[in-house]
Design a protein around this ligand. Structure first.
Ligand SMILES: Cc1cc2nc3c(=O)[nH]c(=O)nc-3n(C[C@H](O)[C@H](O)[C@H](O)COP(=O)(O)OP(=O)(O)OC[C@H]3O[C@@H](n4cnc5c(N)ncnc54)[C@H](O)[C@@H]3O)c2cc1C
Ligand SMILES: NC(=O)c1ccc[n+]([C@@H]2O[C@H](COP(=O)([O-])OP(=O)(O)OC[C@H]3O[C@@H](n4cnc5c(N)ncnc54)[C@H](OP(=O)(O)O)[C@@H]3O)[C@@H](O)[C@H]2O)c1
Length: 272
């Protein structure tokens, strides 16, 4: 996608793409400039998009994948073959412009959780995006003794982005200097696949039910006095995890009423 300079100046809330990385034929990530006035809490989402053929902005909700201290913004995206936005967004190149409405919102934020000792970040597919922000935020390490991020995908290749982010956090010089190596070691990664062979197979929901995730990680079962959760995936996934967390005695929280876990949909709809 190449914009003419005439188009560039008329785009409302325009930001410039600085980097694009493709992971699979269904997944990519990109970075763009950040409006100087944009303040957000790690884990929130904004509306982003492109100008539609009808001359009106075509916008969709996107979790900000970069932490709140980053000079740029990062997004992790699906490519829906016939999707109104992503059939075009997947072709963006550095230098292109996107539209970004600077009004961040969302429930996957520290403010919506009561203090706890262990933070579970449960994700499937692109639901990892808000957690890419949260696990790069020093506040997450300051608030919890242990952070466990689970990511379930169909195939091994779909785990690449989360694996890279976790590895980058663990070797990040600035975070290491700020927090200390011991603090960074608090972050634990539990990737699982469901349709391709990998070291850990199975839906995280099944691994919770069987207790396997707790024995694998050497942690006790979920306890409302200790554990806090953030959940981001398909509607079916969110409902299944919610039932498990509530079964363990955790209550769903919100910005207005913090509790033990929070949930956000990674997308609306049944499938691509
Ligand atoms: C709060 C919130 C945060 C979101 N954050 C992200 C994000 O960080 N990254 C991202 O890629 N998408 C995210 N989405 C989904 C996003 O808003 C769009 O739906 C997506 O970009 C596809 O847009 P589209 O116009 O191409 O197709 P749409 O018409 O929006 O979607 C077509 C169909 O594709 C499927 N689909 C859409 N998005 C996804 C997805 N992410 N994973 C799997 N299937 C999907 C759904 O079945 C949907 O019915 C988020 C949605 C919500 C509600
Ligand atoms: N990923 C692909 O290669 C692919 C290709 C073409 C089209 N699609 C379509 O795209 C849509 C989104 O695909 P996606 O792979 O991003 O998301 P998804 O279908 O929600 O699956 C992502 C991961 O979450 C797991 N999962 C799904 N529902 C769950 C639940 N209720 N509890 C626990 N785990 C659950 C899946 O396991 P299971 O494998 O056990 O379901 C999979 O490992 C799907 O509807 C699909 O039809 C996907």
């Amino acid at each position: 996608m190449t914009e003419t300079s005439a188009q560039k100046v008329i785009l409302p809330d325009a930001q410039t793409v600085t980097e694009v990385r493709h992971y699979t034929d269904r997944l990519f990530a990109f970075r763009c400039t950040r409006p100087p006035s944009l303040r957000f809490r790690s884990g929130e989402f904004v509306m982003i998009g492109l100008m539609g053929d009808n001359g009106r902005p075509l916008l969709r909700a996107y979790s900000i994948a970069s932490p709140s201290w980053d000079d740029e913004l990062e997004f992790y995206s699906i490519k829906v073959p016939d999707g109104p936005l992503t059939s075009r967004l997947q072709h963006v190149q550095p230098g292109d412009q996107i539209i970004l409405r600077p009004k961040p919102v969302g429930t996957l934020v520290h403010d919506a959780l009561l203090p706890g000792r262990r933070l579970w970040l449960f994700s499937t597919g692109t639901g990892f995006a808000p957690f890419a922000s949260l696990i790069r935020d020093p506040e997450t390490f300051e608030k919890f003794d242990e952070i466990i991020v689970t990511h379930t995908c169909r195939d091994v290749a779909e785990l690449t982005y989360s694996r890279e982010i976790v590895e980058a956090v663990k070797s990040d010089e600035m975070l290491g200097e700020l927090l200390g190596a011991d603090n960074l070691a608090k972050l634990r990664y539990y990737p699982t696949t469901t349709r391709e062979q990998s070291p850990k197979m199975g839906r995280i929901t099944h691994l919770i039910e069987s207790g396997e995730v707790f024995s694998d990680l050497g942690v006790p079962p979920l306890d409302p006095a200790v554990d806090r959760g953030m959940v981001c995936g398909s509607l079916a996934f969110n409902l299944d995890i919610k039932a498990l967390l509530e079964g363990a005695g955790l209550r769903e929280g919100a910005n207005s009423e913090p509790a033990e876990f929070v949930i956000e949909k990674a997308f609306v709809g049944e499938g691509v």
